[in-house]
Design a protein around this ligand. Structure first.
Ligand SMILES: Cc1cc2nc3c(=O)[nH]c(=O)nc-3n(C[C@H](O)[C@H](O)[C@H](O)COP(=O)(O)OP(=O)(O)OC[C@H]3O[C@@H](n4cnc5c(N)ncnc54)[C@H](O)[C@@H]3O)c2cc1C
Length: 562
C-alpha cells in the first residue's frame, strides 16, 4: 500500500495551504480530491464550453478580503508561483430605486464624499463608523491567525498597532461592557444607530449579512467588518480568477514534491486502535498515512459519513449525536447564475459610469428586502417577491476572463436548500428541478433589468446552478457555503464544537481544517495554516513551542521599532 506522512481529504484552498506548510516542514503529503478539478469552492472554470467558449467563470468565490488579513500569501511566496492580485476601487456600487446610489471606494475619504452628496451627517458618521470597525478588525486579526486555544500564538500575533487597536476598543469597565453590548446586537441595530439614509443602510446590511444570516440576527454585529475590510486591507481578485490562487498553490505543492490526485472520492478513514492510519477510496484503493490524516471537509461530514461509527464511539461516545443535533445549519444557500455577455452592463438610471462595474454590485433596495433575502430561505421559501442579489462583472477589472471585448456576470442569490412543501421531489428530495431553477433565475434577471436594462439582450449564454446542484458539487451539507453556519455560537473556540475547536479530534492523528473550523468560511487560507501549526506542534511540541515563542517575541519587538 502506498504510504505518505500525511493524507489530506479534499483539495480545497485550505487543504492546499495546509499541505504547503507541511511540505515546507519536510513531510510527504498526498491530497485526494473528489472532483476532476482541485479547488473546491475556489475554482475558475470554462463552464459553458459549447455555448460560450473562452469565457471563464468563478463558480463560487470571487472577492477576496480575508486572505489579506494574514501572512499566507507572503509566507508561501505565492507571487513566485504565478499569483497576482488585482485590487478593486471602487469596491461597492449599490443603485437605489429613488435614483441615489452608494459608491464605496477603497479610500474612506472618497466614500464619505460620495455619501455627502446626499447626506452630510451620514458621511461624517461613516468615517467614524469605519474607524471603529477597523480598530475592531485590528484587535481580532491576531485571533484569526492562530489556533483558538493556542495562547502563545495569539499573544505573539499582537504587534504594537494591533495592541493599540485592542486597547482602544476595550478600556475602562464601562467602555468594555459597552463594546460587548455592541457585539451582542445585530448588524441592523448598529447600522440604525449610526445612519439615517436607506441608500447607505441597505448595502451595509447586505454586506454584513454575507456571514449568512439576516441583518436582524442578534450577536452578529461583527458583520459590519465586511465593509470595513474593503477599505483596508482592501478587496482583490486574482488575475485570471479565483482559480489562479488554486493554480499557484498547486504549483507550490507540486514543486515541493506533494502529490494531488483528482477524481478520488475518499469513502472511509481507516482507524486502527484509535488512530487514523489511512483512507479508502470509493473504488477500493487504500493509502496509508504514517503521521496523520487531515480533513478539508467539515466535522459533520467526516465523522458521520467517512468513519465507522464504532471507531467514533470508541473515541467519544457522544460525538456523533452532538454533531448530528448540535451543529446549526439554517437551510440558506446560494442559487448561482453566471452570464456570458456581449457587452458590459449599463446602469442607465444611475448616470452610468464603467467604474461602477469594478467592485461588487449590490441590488439591495432596503434593509427589509435584505432581511427577507435571508429569513425566507431559513423557512424554506424562495425570496422572489423582490429579489436582492450580489453581482460582479469580473471582466471589467480583468478582461483576460473572456474573449476580447466580451464580458461575464457573476450573480449570487440566496435561496433555501430544502424547499418547504416540496420534500421528496426534485434533486435529492430538495424540491429543486431544472424548470424551477430557471424560473427563479428569470425572476432575478428581471429584477436586475430594472437597473441594467441591457442585461437580457446582451446575454449570449447562461449557467444556473440550483442550491441542490451546488450542494452536490461541493459535497457540503445543505450546500452550506461556509460548511457550517457562521453564527457566534459556532465561531472561534466553538467552531465546530468546543471539543473539536483546535483542529485536533478525539481520534489520534486525525485533524480538521477548512471552512468548518476557526476562523471559518471564505477565501482566507487561515484554517489551513492554523491546522498545519497544530499538526507540526503535535510532532515536536517542545521545538515548535520554542520556535513559535521566538517568532512571536521577534515580531512584537520589531513592531515597536517600525
Ligand atoms: C457560491 C459561493 C460564493 C462564494 N463567494 C465567496 C467570495 O466571494 N469570497 C469569499 O471569501 N468566499 C466566498 N465563498 C466561500 C468560500 O468559497 C469557501 O468558504 C471556501 O472556498 C472554502 O474553502 P475550503 O478549502 O475550506 O473548502 P472547500 O472549498 O469546500 O474544499 C473542500 C474540498 O473537499 C472536496 N471533497 C469533499 N468531499 C470529499 C471526499 N469525500 N473525498 C475527496 N474530496 C472531497 C471537495 O470537492 C472540495 O474540493 C463562496 C462560496 C460559495 C459556495
Amino acid at each position: 500500500m502506498e504510504a505518505y506522512d500525511v493524507i489530506i481529504i479534499g483539495a480545497g484552498h485550505n487543504g492546499l495551504v495546509c499541505a504547503s506548510y507541511l511540505l515546507k516542514a519536510g513531510y510527504t503529503v498526498l491530497l485526494l480530491e473528489k472532483r476532476s478539478v482541485p479547488g473546491g469552492a475556489a475554482t475558475t472554470e470554462e463552464a459553458l464550453p459549447k455555448e460560450a467558449p473562452g469565457f471563464k467563470f468563478n463558480l463560487c468565490a470571487i472577492d477576496h478580503e480575508f486572505i489579506h488579513l494574514g501572512p499566507v500569501l507572503q509566507e508561501l511566496e505565492l507571487e513566485k508561483y504565478g499569483l497576482e492580485y488585482l485590487f478593486c476601487s471602487p469596491v461597492v456600487f449599490c443603485p437605489h430605486p429613488d435614483g441615489k446610489y452608494f459608491l464605496g471606494h477603497r479610500s474612506v475619504e472618497k466614500t464619505c464624499a460620495e455619501i455627502a452628496r446626499y447626506n452630510e451627517r451620514d458621511a461624517k458618521k461613516y468615517a467614524e463608523y469605519t474607524d471603529f470597525w477597523q480598530r475592531v478588525l485590528g484587535a481580532m486579526i491576531p485571533m484569526f491567525n492562530a489556533p483558538p486555544k493556542s495562547i502563545v500564538d495569539i499573544v505573539g500575533n499582537y504587534d504594537f498597532k494591533k495592541l493599540k487597536d485592542l486597547l482602544s476598543v476595550l478600556g475602562p469597565p464601562d467602555k468594555t461592557l459597552d463594546f460587548i453590548r455592541t457585539m451582542l446586537t445585530s448588524a441592523e441595530d448598529v447600522i440604525n444607530e449610526w445612519f439615517d439614509s436607506e441608500f447607505l443602510k441597505a448595502p451595509l446590511a447586505r454586506l454584513a449579512s454575507e456571514l449568512g444570516a439576516p441583518p436582524s440576527q442578534k450577536s452578529l454585529a461583527v458583520g459590519a467588518i465586511m465593509m470595513a475590510m474593503r477599505h483596508n486591507p482592501g478587496m482583490a481578485r486574482p488575475r485570471g480568477g479565483t482559480g489562479a490562487l488554486v493554480k499557484a498553490l498547486l504549483n507550490l505543492v507540486t514543486s515541493l514534491g506533494g502529490t494531488v490526485l483528482t477524481d478520488q472520492h475518499v469513502e472511509q478513514v481507516l482507524v486502527d486502535d484509535g488512530r487514523a492510519v489511512g483512507v479508502r477510496l470509493a473504488h477500493g484503493k487504500e493509502y496509508r498515512a504514517t503521521r496523520g490524516v487531515i480533513s478539508n471537509i467539515d466535522a459533520k461530514r467526516l465523522f458521520l459519513q467517512l468513519i465507522d461509527p464504532s471507531d467514533v464511539d470508541a473515541a467519544d461516545p457522544e460525538l456523533r449525536e452532538r454533531l448530528e443535533r448540535r451543529i446549526v445549519n439554517n437551510n440558506e444557500t446560494i442559487l448561482k447564475i453566471d452570464l456570458a455577455l456581449d457587452e458590459p452592463l449599463r446602469f442607465e438610471h444611475h448616470d452610468h459610469k464603467d467604474e461602477y462595474l469594478i467592485g461588487s454590485i449590490l441590488i439591495a433596495d432596503s434593509v427589509k428586502q435584505v432581511e427577507t433575502a435571508h429569513s425566507d430561505p431559513a423557512v424554506g421559501k424562495i425570496p422572489l417577491e423582490d429579489p436582492s442579489m450580489y453581482l460582479v462583472v469580473p471582466t471589467m477589472l480583468d478582461p483576460s476572463m473572456a474573449p476580447p471585448g466580451k464580458h461575464t456576470a457573476w450573480i449570487e442569490f440566496f435561496a433555501p436548500y430544502q424547499i418547504d412543501g416540496a420534500e421528496g421531489t426534485g434533486l435529492n428530495g430538495t424540491g429543486w428541478t431544472d424548470e424551477l431553477k430557471n424560473q427563479v433565475a428569470d425572476r432575478v434577471i428581471d429584477k436586475l433589468a430594472e437597473y441594467a436594462p441591457n442585461v437580457k439582450r446582451s446575454t449570449i449564454a447562461r449557467r444556473v446552478e440550483s442550491p441542490a446542484e451546488l450542494g452536490e458539487r461541493l459535497g457540503a451539507y445543505k450546500g452550506n457555503y461556509y460548511h457550517i453556519d457562521m453564527t457566534l455560537d459556532q465561531m472561534v473556540f466553538f467552531r465546530p464544537l468546543p471539543e473539536l475547536a483546535n483542529y485536533k479530534t478525539p481520534i489520534e492523528g486525525l485533524y480538521l481544517t477548512g471552512a468548518g473550523t476557526h476562523p471559518g468560511g471564505s477565501i482566507s487560507g487561515m484554517p489551513g495554516r492554523n491546522c498545519a501549526r497544530v499538526f507540526l506542534y503535535a510532532q515536536q511540541p517542545l521545538a515548535q513551542t520554542l520556535k513559535n515563542a521566538g517568532n512571536a517575541l521577534k515580531s512584537t519587538v520589531e513592531s515597536f521599532f517600525t
